[in-house]
Ligand binder design. Structure first.
Ligand SMILES: Cc1ncc(COP(=O)(O)O)c(C=O)c1O
Length: 432
């Protein structure tokens, strides 16, 4: 049965949705042609749409669900918390436990929750400005840090186009070429930067890891120039014990987190953490005058439900660290190797990127190492065709134009092999 035939309820929902939700979807990236399926249930590695179709999910809540959908210890804790109250609008013990867990995980002094990854980055940028007294912020071409104006430049290719209508203050953003240390230092060196923010693994550009030399060089440059180095570990923070900063052994001044840190499925997943010296600029006890402090807050910030879900998630990851990471990393490694084998066997030009439990596939004519090289020769049409092929076979991921796959503890070797086999079938069909 075709997608149109088996997703009639989704089609109706989309038609209804378009009347009241611009684009028919809460978040534009969840839309694909001709209309998205609407999910009613998720468990483990699987999701089911409103028509009852089952899919193997390699998107996993925007890469948040390291432990799979509906992970029982988190769900049980959240249910109990709902009974006590999801949010009180007062301080609660879970924010304290969460902050302790985050500090332990990243080996940092202090942490504060934020309502999303976007908010975390917004406050991190403000902190960098507060700390240095400077204004400009360096960010990577192709780097995505959420919809905050202060970082919303050079996100989508071509990078010289505005990343959205209605932006202000983008003149303070300095786009930098990821993984090109010489050019980065040349460009950044001409500016009076307050901070440089980057994902140690460029996420939405297709999971492209930084080289260790790049991160170390950037760290050295920032220290020398007293620039605040911010790692956006919203995706990567819980894909390795201690985050990518521990994997690469490069310590940023501020780390921003989200997604997994808020219990994988809960609104309000975000936070910033770092050294006491910088984080104390947020401290209203030490700095009672508002004009002498960097503001941070929000109605739902630190709500007990998200804090408890996040705390339980981090606790589980700590307790089961050995088995969790050896499993998802070996599955990620296996997937990357098998995809490369399929490409080689078929003599098909495409490239595999990624690290640990993250896999990227690029229909490009060069091996991508940053935003520009992932975009300039990309065959978008072919990427979309692959997406449709997989959709037809009950395998889903994001995004149609930039395939990247999140591995969780709930995925099996069989599911990974299914993905690889369907890629093989697709390529053979394409080659004719
Ligand atoms: C690396 C990175 N930073 C920040 C964000 C923004 O987080 P949120 O969507 O929770 O605002 C995202 C979201 O996809 C992300 O991938």
């Amino acid at each position: 049965m075709s997608y149109l035939e088996r997703t009639k309820k989704s089609m109706e929902l989309f038609e209804k949705a378009r009347k009241h939700i611009p684009g028919g979807s809460a978040y534009s990236i969840r839309y694909f042609e001709p209309y998205p399926f609407y999910v009613s249930r998720a468990k483990g590695s699987r999701i089911w749409d409103v028509d009852g179709n089952e899919y193997v999910d390699f998107w996993m809540v925007h890469f948040a669900a390291v432990l799979g959908h509906g992970y029982r210890p988190v769900i049980e804790a959240a249910k109990e918390q709902l009974e006590h109250g999801a949010h009180f609008g007062w301080c609660n013990e879970w924010e304290v436990k969460w902050a302790e867990a985050v500090c332990r995980w990243f080996d940092v002094d202090m942490a504060k929750p934020a309502n999303s990854g976007t908010e975390a980055n917004m406050y991190a940028v403000r902190l960098a400005r507060a700390y240095t007294g400077r204004r400009k912020i360096g960010k990577m071409e192709g780097g995505w840090h959420g919809g905050y104006d202060g970082l919303h430049k050079a996100v989508n290719y071509p990078y010289d186009k505005p990343s959205s209508l209605g932006l202000a203050c983008v003149e303070n953003i300095v786009p930098l070429p990821f993984n090109d240390l010489e050019a980065t230092i040349r460009i950044a060196g001409k500016e009076d930067l307050a901070g440089i923010i980057l994902e140690p693994v460029l996420g939405s550009a297709g999971v492209i890891p930084a080289s260790e030399e790049y991160l170390k060089g950037l760290r050295e440059f920032c220290s020398r120039r007293n620039i605040v180095l911010i790692f956006d570990e919203v995706i990567t923070g819980f894909r390795h014990p201690g985050g990518m900063q521990n994997y690469f052994k490069v310590k940023p001044d501020i780390t921003t987190i989200g997604k997994t840190a808020g219990g994988q499925y809960f609104a309000g997943a975000g936070g910033i953490c770092g050294t006491a010296e910088i984080m104390s600029l947020l401290d209203q006890v030490e700095r009672p005058e508002f004009w002498n402090r960097s503001f941070h807050g929000g109605t739902y910030v630190g709500n007990a439900l998200t804090m408890r879900a996040g705390y339980v998630t981090i606790n589980e990851l700590e307790k089961k660290s050995g088995e969790v990471y050896s499993y998802i990393n070996s599955l990620g490694e296996y997937g990357r190797r098998r995809i490369m084998e399929v490409l080689e066997e078929n003599r098909f030009e495409a490239y595999v990127t990624g690290l640990l439990s993250m896999i990227g596939l690029h229909f490009t004519r060069e091996k991508p190492f940053n935003g520009l090289t992932a975009e300039r020769t990309k065959n978008r049409e072919l990427s979309r065709k692959l997406f449709n092929h997989m959709l037809q076979k009950g395998i889903v991921y994001q995004r149609p134009e930039t395939p990247h796959f999140a591995v969780s503890t709930a995925h099996s070797m069989d599911e990974m092999e299914r993905l690889v086999e369907e890629l093989d079938t697709f390529i053979k069909k394409e080659r004719g």
